[in-house]
Design a binder for this molecule. Structure first.
Ligand SMILES: Nc1ncnc2c1ncn2[C@@H]1O[C@H](COP(=O)(O)OP(=O)(O)OP(=O)(O)O)[C@@H](O)[C@H]1O
Length: 230
């Protein structure tokens, strides 16, 4: 287990009073597993991902990432955990427009202050993991949506994070690209990463090891590991 919520709640203030988005939830996230998170719009999927991504803390209960309880950490300490332990993939890819594909992948390594020879080596490895070596010199606008998402996945994995969190990673993609991107995420899980994917798309269940649903603040297991397709 690499991350867990223990009896955790998330409450937001709204103009109409307090809104409990997650209500006393317990969840374990495991390495080597692709976890699908589904639920209706506004149910709290992104909130759950933000907790697992160490972007926010629970209002009540415990969040543990890589053996550390995050509740009392400072913003700087939270940021350090994110940089070291977590990779993020978003619906809109969020690539930096002026940078080439390889420049985007190298970016987090530069933030970590690695030497340029190490950056080059890791960037090349990440490009080949997502089969995008031939496109490394292109700018994001010269790539298709599926190709941009593969670069975003390479950027997420280049720091060798233990957890990869994906918020609707296939929502902007066509059918063929959905297949390629999900196969890549599945391979990452097989290689030992914990991969969590938030989605509206029930077809993605076939790629998952486990699926949970958020509804009315509660997490329920929709399909357990043993009953799902691999
Ligand atoms: N920082 C915040 N402050 C106040 N309310 C928030 C905040 N973040 C999210 N919410 C509210 O919490 C609820 C859950 O939002 P969240 O984005 O987690 O849901 P979601 O399941 O990801 O939705 P969608 O599928 O539409 O993206 C929504 O009603 C949202 O308006």
């Amino acid at each position: 287990m690499i991350a867990q919520l223990l009896n955790a709640s998330k409450v937001y203030d709204s103009p109409t009073g307090k809104m409990t988005i997650l209500d006393n939830c317990t969840l374990q996230v495991n390495q080597g597993e692709l976890l699908l998170i589904i639920g209706p719009s506004g149910s709290g999927k992104t909130t759950l991902l933000s907790l697992l991504g160490c972007l926010i803390n629970p209002t009540k209960g415990i969040l543990e990432i890589d053996g550390k309880t995050t509740n009392t950490l400072s913003a700087v300490e939270m940021a350090a955990i994110r940089l070291k332990t977590i990779g993020f993939v978003f619906q809109q890819f969020n690539l930096l427009a002026p940078l080439t594909a390889e420049g985007n992948i190298a970016f987090p390594l530069k933030m970590l202050g690695l030497q340029s020879s190490e950056i080059k080596k890791r960037t090349t490895e990440a490009l080949s993991k997502v089969n995008m070596q031939d496109h490394r010199k292109k700018l994001p606008r010269q790539l298709s949506g599926g190709q941009q998402q593969r670069i975003a996945i390479a950027r997420a994995l280049v720091t060798d994070p233990k957890i990869i969190l994906c918020d609707e990673p296939t929502a902007s993609l066509d059918k063929d690209s959905i297949y390629i991107v999900m196969e890549e995420l599945k391979q990452l899980a097989k290689s030992g990463k914990a991969v969590a994917v938030v989605t509206h798309d029930p077809r993605l269940a076939s790629y998952a090891d486990r699926a949970i649903e958020i509804n009315n603040g509660k997490i329920s297991v929709v399909q357990a590991a043993s009953t799902m397709g691999h």
